[in-house]
Each structure stands twice: as structure tokens, then as C-alpha cells.
Ligand binder design. Sequence first.
Ligand code: C5P
Length: 396
Amino acid sequence: MSINNKNVLLGITGGIAAYKAPDLVRKLVALGANVRVVLTQSALEFVSPLALQAVSGNPVSDNLLDKDAEAAMGHIELARWADILLIAPATANFMAKLTHGLADDLLSTLCLATAAPIVIAPAMNQQMWHASATQQNVNVLRQRHVRILGPAAGEQACGDVGLGRMLEPQDIAHLLNEALPSKVLLGKKVMITAGPTQEAIDPVRYISNHSSGKMGYALAKAAQAMGAEVVLVSGPTNLVVPQAVTTVQVKSAEQMHQSVMEQVATCDIFIGCAAVADYRPAQTTPQKIKKNDQELTLTFVKNPDILSDVAHLQHPPFTLGFAAETQNVREYALSKLARKKLNMIAANDVSDSRIGFNSEQNALSVFWPGGEVTLAMADKQKLALQLLQLVSEQFK
Ligand code: C5P
């Protein structure tokens, strides 16, 4: 996974850290990237387009409505040309525009027009970084799988000290080199289940499991970035559906089972990431159950095990399961691998409050027949790429 020979579109927005942009271009070029630069109007106040043209070896663009630039390489061509879109520095204002999908200049338009992954390196005053509006924008962008590099802490141009400095050019170039997935899943169809299921008791009540769906959605996005055609079968979540991923929304385990079984025969890889309810009420009453002075006893019946049913098909796809455990992680994961006839299992210790259910981070122990590896704590998007890299190696 490297930016060697890849097309990096560098967007520069108007912050004082923009003066480091020519150095960043040099670092990217040194790693073998083809770099094209787009500046916002306010970035032009901080850095010279001529310098950027000289170090990138390509013409720079700064205007959506420039007829000469559009005739040479129009904004849609530029958006398609990019393998990755890096915005460094990214100001608080630009992050807000990105969050709301504005397209009132060349760079914000490119962000909407490109299918390439977007990576941003924020740079701003520490108070602006901590402002709740900025933090809410950061959360929304993370949910949309925009990768956020930094910011670093330290002394700022305005004299403040704190979080908000742009990462150094060499660190950005290095992290970008790691972030770009290679297309190892090109031509493969991957199905992923994600989120919880809801099992109705009556029209207003259900039982469910803790699950935000973040890991499954991160896997869907990562598989798509690695070249796969992706089908995501999702239980109810608050997440934004990843771009270019076919998503089927379901509620109950039975609906999820049916959706999976209808399409799985055409898939090369199946990843069971959903927290499927093991049991459902034996009966769903058509009217709301009214409370009275008596105890209430419900009877539950077993739900189908979707992952196990897929793995036991006559011609199963490569199957990857998850195991959320609170103790004996290795032992339980290995027994699940064998019992469900899986090709691989990724286990996490949900008793560690820093990772798991609703957090942005996770850590995984991955087992397959004859091998195992530990993926250290990282954000779920990074972990998804690492896990799919392992899948692609074992799949071969
Ligand atoms: O047996 P256990 O629920 O611990 O196994 C977890 C794995 O099995 C996860 O990959 C989960 O998505 C999958 N699973 C399933 N259908 C069920 C229960 C679990 O696909 N009914």
C-alpha cells in the first residue's frame, strides 16, 4: 500500500500552515506520487501557485469557472484522475463546507465529484479546533470515512499553545503512504452484515444487542476502496450509508438471513460483522402488551445462525466471522472458527472499555487455520483495511 505511481490531488485551504505546502508536495513526489494542486482563493494569500507548480511539475488550479483550465483538465476529469484527495491544511471553514456538502469553489466541488478517498490534515487555532461546531463536523466526517490526520499539539502561529497545528509534511506524506489501499479485491464481490438486529415483542417493543455498526460499515468502505463490489446487509444503525456500496436495510435476524441467502451464492467473500440476536420472541403480539399486576413471561426461540449457514453451504464463499468476548478470547474464538467451519475469525475483548461497541477504535486478534495475528488498537477504518489485507492474502 503506497502512493508510488498514484495520483494525489492536493487541496490547499487558507491557513498559515499553507506555507508548508511546497515542502509537502516535495515529500509526496519523493515517494513516487503524481501530484496536482488545487488552491482555494484564501490559500492564494499564503502560498505562491508558481512555487507549487515548480515542485509538482504540473499546472495548479484555483478557479472553478476558469474556461482555460476547464478546457485543459476540467473539474470532473480532475476528480476522476485522483486516486486520493488530500486536503492540507484543512481550515475549520473548509471542514464545515465539506460537512455540509457545499460546492461553491473548485476544491469543495472536487470533494463531491470524486470517488477517491478523502484525507484531511486540519490546521487551526486550538480554540477553533475545540469549538463544538468543529468537533461535531469532525464526527460527521469520520462517520463518512474521511480520514483525519492530526492535528498535532504545540505552539501556534497566533501565540496559543494546544491542539490545532498541522502535522509536519513528512508525517502527512508517510501516513498517506499507509492510508492508500491497493486494489487487491478488484473483481471480487464481498457481502458484509453489520449493526444489530431488532426482534419485535409487540408493535412498540423489541430486544436487541449493543452494536453501532461502525466496524461493519468501515469494512464495507474499505472493501470498496480495495476494488471490491460490496453488498452491505445492515440492521438499524445511525450511520451514513457508504458511497458506491449496495446497502440492504433489514430489522430482524430472519430478514437478515433471508437477504443474505438470496444473494450470497454470487459472492466471493462473506463477512459476518452483525451482532445478530440469538433468540427472538416465540410470538410477536399484534397489539401492544398492556401492563398489569402480574409478572410477564416471554418465550424465545432460536434465530438462524447466518454465518454458520453461509459457511455450511455446498459451495461457500470465503467466510470471516467476528467474536465479541469478555474472557478466554483465544480459546472461544478458535472453537467458533472450527464449529462454524469458518476460514477466519476476528475476536475482540469487549470487556476493555476503550474499544468495541460504540467506540471509534478497536483491536483484534485474528485466527485462521494455521495462523494468527494481533492487530493493535487503531481506528476502525484503519483496522478494516488491515483485516481485509489479511483476508485477501488467505483468500488466494
Ligand atoms: O456465536 P456467536 O454469536 O458468538 O458468533 C458471532 C459471529 O456469528 C459473528 O460473526 C456474527 O455476525 C455471526 N452470527 C450470525 N448469526 C447469528 C449469530 C451470530 O451470523 N444468529
